[in-house]
Unconditional design. Structure first.
Length: 373
């Protein structure tokens, strides 16, 4: 059997090979959505991505007989380990041909690098943190991913199992249909009661005061999601970067703030599913992709609820139902009647019950793996 050569990405040429390898794996797959190459270069850039102000990573390529057959990133997230007081390392951006020998060599490369950094377990995939794209699709392969959700071949699962990975946590994605949600007497009733009791006021993003609006997001984000498994707080610079990237794409009527007595208590970020357009671009936004981005926006029929969070003192009061009711009706006004609520931790009972109350369909599952090293 031919030997496998593992090498480190050391220059821009290697990085482009790392990025473009996905095209080989997903050639002919009708459900794959090619990432924008400019975005991938930015997220992997140790100079441009603010994630690398507090963390580090190494990127590996696997070759056999001079042919690229796999890739992986090993990631040391210092902010995660400081926050959770553990010694977890991560792997991400994993792509591989259907070959256990190649997969094992890639996982070994990541494991050895993480061990050299004093870490005790390897978890993933995260690309590169839980504030980005995470997990491996394990159920729901017959549909393209929504915006910023992952997609992978089925054979990746036995590649992980064979290496000795076990489940760390499963993540859920629910399909929401306008007619089913508005037809749910339960969600409507809960929303009405919560609205009346709390006096919550829902307002949309003010694009004319974008900078101030981002400050509101910062206030809610790290407070609302702090108790969640795997949560890593975002630095101001990371949140500013995310806001800058999403600003050209946001639909202001779907970015919502909740206030009670003029006090900010919750936030929801809902995005049109631009993957419908990205699928047509083959990774290239310029020169013609940018035109499609605007001319075809009205054809988008899905949205994704990326985040919906309430500050802890205001949780379990039905206020999430108020947000959901607003989201569904506002999306309908934008010509969007299909939505995905994702991702939701398998044991986040409050959010799973909320999705169930909206007659949501659990239609995709994802898994984050772990292994002691």
């Amino acid at each position: 059997m031919s030997s496998i050569k593992i090498s480190i990405v050391k220059d821009q040429k290697d990085l482009m090979r790392f990025i473009k390898f996905q095209w080989k794996i997903y050639e002919g797959d009708p459900n794959w959505v090619p990432p924008l190459i400019m975005d991938r270069k930015k997220i992997l850039s140790k100079e441009k991505n603010p994630f690398f102000k507090h963390s580090e990573a190494e990127y590996f390529l696997a070759e056999r007989n001079g042919e690229l057959v796999g890739r992986i990133a090993a990631i040391k997230n210092d902010l995660h380990n400081q926050y959770h007081k553990d010694k977890v390392g991560f792997f991400g951006f994993f792509e591989c041909i259907n070959d256990h020998e190649v997969a094992n060599a890639l996982f070994d490369a990541a494991k050895d690098w993480l061990k050299s950094k004093g870490l005790e377990s390897m978890r993933g995939p995260v690309n590169p943190s839980t504030n980005d794209e995470v997990a491996m699709l394990i159920d729901g392969f017959d549909d393209p991913p929504r915006l910023l959700m992952t997609y992978n071949p089925k054979y990746y699962l036995p590649l992980c199992d064979n290496y000795g990975f076990y489940k760390a946590k499963d993540l859920y994605a629910y399909k929401l249909e306008n007619k089913k949600v508005v037809g749910s007497e339960k969600i409507k009733r809960v929303a009405e009661i919560a609205q009346k009791r709390s006096g919550i006021k829902i307002s949309q993003l003010n694009m004319k005061d974008f900078k101030k609006e981002v400050e509101k997001v910062k206030y809610v984000y790290n407070k609302a999601w702090a108790p969640n498994w795997g949560f890593v707080p975002m630095t101001d610079e990371e949140l500013d970067g995310m806001a800058k990237d999403l600003k050209p794409l946001v639909e202001p009527s779907l970015v919502l703030f909740g206030e009670i007595d003029n006090k900010l208590v919750g936030f929801a970020l809902v995005m049109p599913d631009y993957n419908y357009i990205f699928k047509q671009l083959d990774g290239k936004l310029f020169p013609f992709g940018i035109i499609k981005l605007y001319t075809q926006k009205k054809k988008i029929k899905w949205c994704r609820i990326l985040t919906l969070g309430l500050i802890s003192d205001f949780q379990k009061k039905g206020l999430d139902a108020v947000f959901y009711w607003e989201i569904v009706n506002r999306a309908h006004q934008n010509g969007i009647d299909l939505g995905e609520a994702s991702w939701i931790l398998e044991d986040n009972d409050m959010m799973n019950r909320g999705a169930d109350a909206m007659n949501g369909e659990l239609y995709k599952k994802y898994r984050i793996y772990e292994k002691k090293i």
